[in-house]
Design a protein around this ligand. Structure first.
Ligand SMILES: [Zn+2]
Length: 316
């Protein structure tokens, strides 16, 4: 019988779980809204309840891979910072969930998991050196180097969203200023549009969302177009540095803001070509992510498969 793993993608809005086979097929899945992000106990309870339901439906699993929007110290498997889900701070989430379910569990940052998912089955398949950028509520990044997820000395590598693109720029939740996340996330698109208030579509006084700004830009509104162009500029500034430092073959860009691909990618490409060395700039392809909302879940599953054999079963 084919081996199965359980995977979870814990986001600030939704909690998704699936049972995945070795080919990457999701054979059972479920989801719910993420419980109160400040209540770590409620989050653990929700993960365990959904997990038990799925195992009942799909049969036993060998391992549980969890992706979470958090900085994780892999030496102790502890969440060291989770601005969107503060209830996880300081928690050894994999150990807590794994011992409740009597399944060995592994924990990874959600953007790193998305990179692994895209490398396994999506836009980065076959690449040896690749970068995955997720433009969502925040900006996430994951690095595939020499064919494997690169996590750095402590497991915190890949935070492309917190590369500085404006030294004296907008302050960021991470404690720094001018991070890419402040110029290219969905929240940043809204913030930048507020600076444009009174002009173009922004004179209407309605509550803006990144979607409504996107619609305005698609309709030809110059102020809205300018905002996506600015986002493209900052993404390009950050990626030009990445291209020089890592010489990747391909960079995939996904997440909600990437829906506006045609409105920003030209400026991103232009900045890479202007700023990076000629050879790595010419080499790097910019592509759209392919797995959408499944990237983190499938990446968590792949990491779980990789851990089978290394893992020590937990005792209840
Ligand atoms: Zn930051």
């Amino acid at each position: 019988m084919a081996e199965l793993v359980l995977a979870a993608d814990l986001g600030g809005t939704n909690l998704r779980l699936g049972v995945v086979d070795e080919s990457g097929a999701i054979i059972a899945r479920t989801q719910q809204s993420t419980p109160n992000p400040r209540d770590g106990v409620a989050i653990v309870d929700a993960i365990c309840k959904l997990a038990e339901g799925l195992i009942g439906e799909a049969g036993p699993v060998r391992m549980f891979g969890i992706a979470a929007p958090a900085v994780i110290d892999q030496s102790t498997a502890t969440v060291t910072a989770s601005p969107n889900i503060p209830g996880l701070n300081g928690m050894r989430l994999a150990e807590v969930v794994g011992s409740r379910l009597s399944i060995a569990a592994t924990l990874e940052n959600d953007a790193n998991a998305a990179a692994v998912g895209e490398h396994w089955l999506g836009s980065l398949a076959g690449a040896t050196n690749a970068v995955c950028v997720t433009l969502g509520t925040g900006v996430g990044g994951g690095l595939i180097l020499n064919g494997k997820l690169f996590t750095g000395a402590d497991g915190t590598a890949g935070e492309i969203g917190h590369i500085c693109v404006e030294p004296d720029g907008v302050s960021c939740e991470c404690g720094s200023r001018g991070c890419l996340e402040q110029y290219a996330s969905a929240a940043a698109i809204i913030r930048m549009s507020e600076l444009e208030s009174g002009r173009g579509v922004f004179a209407l006084g309605e509550r803006l969302t990144s979607q409504s700004i996107y619609e305005a830009a698609r309709g030809g509104d110059q102020s809205a177009l300018q905002i996506f162009n600015a986002a493209g500029f900052y993404i390009g500034v950050a990626l030009a540095g990445i291209v020089n430092a890592l010489n990747p073959e391909v960079i995939s860009i996904g997440g909600g803001v990437a829906e506006a691909w045609n409105l920003f990618i030209h400026e991103t490409r232009r900045q890479i070509d202007l700023r990076a060395f000629q050879q790595p700039a010419k080499r790097v392809k910019l592509v759209r992510s392919r797995l959408g909302d499944n990237a983190g879940l499938l990446g968590a599953a792949k990491l779980a498969f990789e851990q089978i054999g290394n893992a020590v079963p937990t005792d209840r």
